[in-house]
Design a protein around this ligand. Structure first.
Ligand code: ABU
Length: 511
């Protein structure tokens, strides 16, 4: 009498499962049909099927539904190619449709055709960009792309250095590390015990990563001093100077200011020229977190928003945000040529041998804190080739034009109230006030009731899958919507769609 497990194995073999397929080698005889069908599924169902305005932005499901629909548990035995294709379709079905024009939820959106193909090529080549030996093309490609980005920042002849890193938070962390090493090189060998109590400064509306990385790097998040902002969300330069002086008087050692070019929620651009002057006066490193707003450097019309960025010591710029490169594509750019390398290198002999037969200055991996590293450059380079700088400029100008058009549509429309009258980037912030709350502005529970509106409208839009827009409170402000535009395939008709959709979903809700 065979055991149950033997029966299951026999049954799987009846399904035509070849149990030698565990080998990690693509063989035409064994994998061609599967790979071609998988690519076809990707192209038809994922790429084209999901970018249609008539499709849903999200197939909303509770965890138990997803667990029921997709066998998530790894199993002892293999499944067939047909079953794998079925899993691909299910994974796509229950994933949020970030390619959808109405996915305008966070600081990334759309699935760019050239970026995607670049990403697929990256995955098919599977490089790790640490040595020229294993990643010759990507090493040179990174050098060219990062140099061109430094030229756009405005550093003379694009001089300096740079890296692709895993996300803007880590790039902001590199700024802390480089600034600290620049002023206190002994930090590398002796650690935090060898340096005074360091303080760094950023705005109260800056991305949380500066605080988080200050904690991670042993500086302490309390020593990341938050500076007041004005009504537009820009850093208050007088408060910055007062806090720097306060730090010095208390015996601390201020070393870094992280300004923001495009804050996460309001899209505000800090005034970089006076901040740079303060940094010069107090001998501080100036880092500009342009993760979000950096893309505007590509546009003659909008690059003035970042005036003064050329005075920075370092910059974070994420092409996966305003430039719509696929996730993840983040860069850290630095004006000082050797700080990244001197501050982070470890000279592992098994990877960075100096007696290789070629010029080992091309083995660039040691300046990163990562060892293995994806070639995030390729998708961005491929997009840049496909569109040209002119294409990126048109892309940026379209985003800003759409944002302004949306703003004007809601400015005086009943039910819409702007949080910021003149937003600078492509984030537009507003409250939608349903009929039940109109005229109740002076009642004591108005704010409490208004706070409940955005979550309720969000629930409705997700359940219907008609669009995806985020909301948040900020300081004293109760929940408001923040719609963000990074997809240049959108047009004015889409802006009207969004306005109408907020009205349709929100007008008659009761809070
Ligand atoms: N850097 C991620 C920002 C997330 C957001 O859109 O709120």
């Amino acid at each position: 009498m065979p055991a149950d497990s033997d029966l299951i194995v026999a049954e799987r073999e009846d399904l035509g499962i070849d149990r030698t397929l565990y080998k990690s080698l693509s063989e035409r005889s064994k994998h061609e049909d599967f790979i071609r069908r998988a690519v076809d599924l990707l192209v038809e169902r994922v790429v084209f099927g999901r970018s249609l305005r008539t499709s849903k932005v999200v197939e909303r499901a509770v965890p138990s539904e997803i667990k029921k629909a997709i066998d998530l548990k790894p199993r002892d035995g293999p499944i067939s190619h047909d079953e794998l294709l079925g899993l691909m379709a299910d994974v796509a079905r229950y994933s949020v449709n970030t390619a959808h024009p109405y996915f305008v939820n966070q600081l990334y959106s759309s699935v760019d055709p050239y970026g995607s193909v670049g990403q697929w090529l990256t995955d098919a080549l599977n490089p790790s960009v640490y040595t020229y030996e294993v990643a010759p093309v990507f090493t040179l490609m990174e050098e060219e792309v990062l140099k061109e980005m430094r030229v756009l920042v405005g550093w003379k002849d694009g001089e300096g250095d740079g890296i692709f890193c895993p996300g803007g938070s880590i790039a902001n962390g590199y700024a802390i590390s480089c600034a600290r090493f620049h002023f206190y090189p002994e930090i590398k060998t002796k650690g935090v015990y060898a340096v005074p109590k360091l303080t760094l400064y950023t705005s109260e509306l800056a991305h949380y990563s500066t605080k988080k990385l200050a904690a991670f790097m042993g500086i302490g998040d309390e020593n990341c001093v938050l500076i007041k902002t004005d009504k537009y969300g820009k850093i208050d330069v007088e408060d910055l100077e007062a806090k720097i002086i306060e730090g010095i008087e208390e015996g601390a050692a201020p070393f870094l200011v992280t300004a923001t070019a495009g804050t996460t929620v309001f899209g505000a651009f800090d005034p970089l020229v006076p901040i740079a002057a303060l940094c010069k006066k107090y001998n501080l490193w100036l880092h500009v977190d342009a993760a979000w707003g950096g893309g505007a450097l590509m546009s003659k019309k909008h690059r003035h928003l970042l005036n003064g960025i050329e005075l920075a010591d370092s910059v974070t710029w994420n092409p996966h945000k305003l430039l719509a490169a696929p996730q993840q594509c983040s860069t850290f750019l630095i004006r000082h040529k050797n700080v990244l390398k001197e501050g982070h290198s470890c000279n592992a002999k098994y990877l960075f041998q100096k007696d290789k037969f070629y010029d080992t200055s091309y083995d660039t991996g040691d300046k990163h804190i990562q060892c293995g590293r994806r070639a995030d450059v390729l998708k961005f380079w491929f997009m840049w080739k496909a569109k040209g700088s002119d294409g990126f400029e048109n892309h940026i100008d379209t985003l800003f034009d759409n944002a302004r058009f949306f703003l004007e549509q809601i400015r005086n429309r009943e039910g819409f109230e702007l949080v910021i009258e003149k937003p600078e980037c492509t984030n537009i912030m507003f409250w939608y006030v349903p009929r039940c709350l109109r005229g109740c502005e002076n009642e004591s529970d108005y704010r409490e009731r208004l706070h409940k509106v955005a979550p309720k409208i969000k629930e409705l839009m997700i359940k219907e899958g008609s669009m995806m827009v985020t909301y948040q409170p900020q300081g004293d402000l109760v929940n408001f919507f923040r719609i963000v535009f990074q997809n240049s395939a959108l047009d004015h008709k889409d802006m009207i769609y969004f306005v109408n959709e907020f009205e349709r979903l929100g007008r008659d809700i009761l809070v």
